[in-house]
Write a protein that binds this ligand. Structure first.
Ligand code: C2E
Ligand code: CA
Ligand code: CA
Length: 465
């Protein structure tokens, strides 16, 4: 634009030599923008950074270049950090970076999280030799000031383009290497790794994003039966995702992924809006429903403004707080950071009640029972199943019920499927049942029809007679 403008100006005023000046300015701007070394290089380790790596990957992929990536992941970086401090760890990483560069005579990239990658263009034999040299060097300690410390490394070779289906596979392999546990081998070849799960995760993430944009989510409701009154008195709201291409995807698969990617916050907004709409548009109390249980993700509860936003939304929809019960998992409760406890306490003060979900699947059960203001304990299906079939399991269940009752909690037994379980757990003192024995989770309107029939069955039977 600038050059065009200058050209026109110079045509009109031939004595003004602005065209060359404009070209010079443009070249200088390009130079400053493109050649900014700190954009391409890790300032601490003085090797290329992850941004440069992404560019090289992309360029090689487009040219279909044959080469090898050697991934080096420093195993005990966290421990060394704790022991010697960040400054010493940086020094060790710097020494390692220099060693990798000198030995390989190739480009070395630092991707963060103690992971280096080397691009090797000189054939498979050379990459094999390099792997062995690196492994051998790590048998000796590294110096960090006056300290000398052994560092373990994990290595992987990825042959491109043969080992990948798409560029994201490179990152999948790197994640795989980082997640390996200590018992596994130190040198791994990408061709021996099955990425099926990782690739499926990418599909699930895409479906989740699409579901948010194209409204493929729906809330279902699973009836919860009160043992003392013989009526359906509440329901757990459970999310469903039906993708037009991949079909039904279980929340057990997409919720944990959404928590990792942060998408859970947008999903959480959909869940609250959908449940509140349902509660606003139907007078649930006339059906005998006293409250709806809603699952909360830890990530949601850890947002600074969660309690405040949630209360505003309740007021906006005109929902009575006592008609909502929020489920938090035992793991979340046990590891509860301050902010989670703060959010829960302020919501509790506003009249919302809480359930402790998945009880029996984690650890430190008793502590979590005491610490948070939960009215209801939901015994997990796995605990119910063990108690159904195993004498010891039954003993554990019995004493847990006694303990929970002594603390003034109500008990929901989840995953109830048989008559036998109904008898067993009624005798043990459970207050509520939830499970396929009564009903699977149902779409909103089906749920209401089910509850109407169930709770007013006497009226129904009398009418039919
Ligand atoms: P959860 O909170 O423990 O939910 C109970 C799960 O047990 C549900 O699975 C329900 O369909 C299933 N279930 C209930 N009764 C029976 C039974 O008799 N037999 C068997 N085999 N299963 C039964 P679902 O809906 O697939 O949800 C799985 C998990 O996904 C949930 O476990 C929860 O952790 C998460 N989730 C589901 N909906 C939401 C949601 O709206 N928000 C959040 N944050 N998480 C959700
Ligand atoms: Ca739940
Ligand atoms: Ca549960």
């Amino acid at each position: 634009g600038l050059v065009a403008f200058a050209s026109i100006l110079q045509t009109i005023y031939p004595n003004l030599f602005v065209q060359n000046f404009a070209i010079a300015v443009c070249i200088l701007t390009f130079y400053v923008l493109i050649q900014k070394p700190e954009d391409a290089i890790d300032p601490q380790l003085e090797v290329f950074n992850s941004k440069s790596f992404a560019k090289v990957l992309d360029m090689n992929h487009r040219r279909n270049t044959e080469y090898t990536l050697i991934v080096c992941h420093i195993e005990d970086a966290r421990l060394i950090n704790q022991m010697l401090g960040t400054a010493k760890m940086d020094l060790i990483l710097k020494n390692i970076a220099a060693f990798l560069e000198n030995t390989s005579k190739q480009c070395v990239f630092y991707l963060g999280s103690s992971t280096f990658v080397i691009t090797v263009y000189s054939g498979r034999n050379e990459s094999f030799r390099l792997l062995q040299t690196i492994e051998k060097r790590f048998e000796k300690p590294w110096s960090a000031g006056e300290n000398s410390i052994s560092v373990s490394i994990r290595l992987m070779d990825i042959q491109l383009p043969d080992d990948i289906q798409s560029i994201s596979d490179v990152y999948n392999y790197i994640d795989y290497l980082k997640e390996l546990d200590n018992r596994q081998k130190w040198i791994v070849s990408a061709r021996n790794v099955n990425l099926q799960d990782k690739r499926r995760n990418i599909e699930i993430e895409q479906c989740t994003r699409r579901a948010l944009d194209e409204h493929n989510f729906e809330m279902y409701y699973q009836p919860i039966y009160n043992v003392h009154t013989g009526k359906i008195e509440s329901a757990e709201a459970l999310i469903r995702l039906r993708d037009p291409e991949f079909g039904f995807i279980s929340p057990a698969d997409f919720i944990p992924l959404a928590e990792r990617t942060g998408l859970i916050l947008r999903i959480g907004d959909f869940i609250t809006s959908s449940i509140f709409c349902f509660m606003k548009n139907n007078d649930l109390q006339t059906f005998g429903i006293k409250y709806i249980e809603m699952n909360l993700s830890v990530i949601q509860c850890m947002q600074e403004s969660f309690a405040h936003d949630f209360i505003s939304k309740i007021e906006e929809y005109g929902i009575k707080p006592e008609m909502l019960n929020l489920e938090i998992t035992e793991t979340a409760a046990v590891n509860s950071p301050k902010i989670l406890t703060k959010n829960i306490t302020s919501l509790n003060r506003r009249g919302l009640s809480f359930s402790l979900d998945d009880f029996g699947t984690g650890y430190s059960n008793i502590r979590s029972l005491l610490d948070l203001p939960t009215d209801i304990i939901k015994f997990d299906k796995s605990m119910i199943d063990t108690a159904t079939t195993d004498e010891n399991g039954r003993l554990v269940m019995k004493s847990s019920i006694v303990m929970a009752k002594n603390l003034g909690k109500h008990i929901v037994a989840e995953g109830i499927e048989t008559e036998e379980q109904i008898k067993l757990f009624t005798a043990m003192g459970c207050d509520y049942f939830q499970g396929y024995y009564f009903s699977r989770p149902l779409p909103a309107q089906d749920f209401l029809s089910f509850v109407r029939k169930f709770n007013f069955r006497d009226v129904y039977n009398a009418n039919n007679a």
